[in-house]
Ligand binder design. Structure first.
Ligand code: ATP
Length: 306
């Protein structure tokens, strides 16, 4: 597969602001139909990367190809095939939701009937029963959903979403995350930045971790776990005698990364006539791995190419 067959292809991209690099020598491919998550601390370079992919800012060095076209050539046709949800999107307060979306459908040159059909479908699938409400009257979650609907109006094949869950309550967040999975099932390619690592882990085919503008990891979640995670074991048991620190149910928990320790503990339980309640395996969550990566020395990131 050549770089031009990818939905997104960045080669050695650097963005300098004065002499500080917001993004450093970043190479990354996103294949058609993939959902890729991009995570990193505040100021890691996530938004800068997304804006360079969209052609909103120009890289200081390196090349960006999107849907087979060089973004340095400002290809208008490609931009029309992308849906971009910025980190913060302001809505026009004096319009109701349907008016607002109709206004944008005109900018996308959609015919009236097609616009009406799309707006109805989007309000329906995003569970936005607020078509007649002024956008200023909406809650934060509803406003975010309107912004998402606007991003999807022209049925783009590539979605660039900057923190779609920002400021949303857990239920609305889950709704949006499930909706992204549905969009992927419809064949869309999605690059999404987020701070909620649990969501990223849940839906993404591959995860990119940026640290101070540099790519530190780019891989599938199972490969990241294998390379950087750890597997731990827990034995939950009940003892007749009183030991230190039982949990709320009166059970005791023994934890170890060593299967040998676990075997010894199971023997101890058996020899003492205690009862085994549960034996559990705990894989590292993306959050654990992320915290370790942010505090530990660098690892070999791979080349960012799927
Ligand atoms: P957050 O999670 O806080 O949104 P981020 O990972 O999206 O952060 P960026 O917004 O890409 O980070 O910023 C990366 C770095 O570039 C930061 O140090 C930021 O201060 C700097 N930066 C971003 N935009 C500009 C600009 N227009 N001028 C100067 N520096 C900038």
């Amino acid at each position: 597969m050549s770089a031009l067959d990818n939905a997104i292809s960045l080669r050695n991209v650097t963005k300098l602001y004065r002499d500080t690099a917001a993004v450093k020598d970043l190479s990354l491919d996103v294949k058609p139909g993939e959902i890729v998550g991009i995570i990193g601390h505040n100021g890691a370079g996530k938004s800068t990367t997304l804006k360079m992919i969209l052609g909103l800012i120009t890289p200081s060095h390196g090349t960006v190809h999107v849907l087979g076209r060089d973004m340095a050539q400002e290809p208008v046709d490609v931009k029309q095939r992308i849906g971009y949800l910025p980190e913060e999107s302001s809505l026009y307060d004096n319009m109701n939701v349907v008016e607002y979306l109709t206004f944008f459908s005109k900018l996308y040159n959609l015919s009236r009937p097609l616009a009406g059909e799309r707006i109805d479908a989007l309000l329906n699938s995003l569970q936005l029963n607020a078509g007649e409400k002024l956008t200023i009257e909406l809650s934060k979650g509803m406003r975010r959903k309107v912004a998402i609907a606007r991003t999807l109006l022209h049925d783009p094949e590539l979605l660039i979403l900057d923190e779609p869950n920002s400021g949303l309550d857990p239920l609305t967040s889950f709704f949006v995350i499930n909706y992204l999975q549905e969009l992927r099932r419809q064949g869309k390619t999605i690059l999404v930045s987020a701070h909620n690592l649990f969501h990223i882990e849940l839906i993404c085919d591959r995860v990119v971790i940026l640290k101070s503008g540099e790519l530190v990891v780019c891989d599938r979640m199972d490969a990241i776990r294998q390379q950087l995670g750890s597997r731990g074991y827990e034995v939950h048991f009940r003892a007749d005698e009183s030991l230190d620190y039982p949990d709320e149910q009166g059970n005791y928990v023994f934890r170890s990364d060593s299967i040998g320790d676990i075997a010894t503990m199971l023997e101890t339980i058996s020899q003492n006539g205690w009862s085994l309640v549960n034996l559990a395996i705990r894989e590292s969550a993306l959050e654990d791995i992320y915290v370790r990566l942010m505090t530990d020395p660098p690892v070999d990131p791979g080349n960012g190419r799927g």
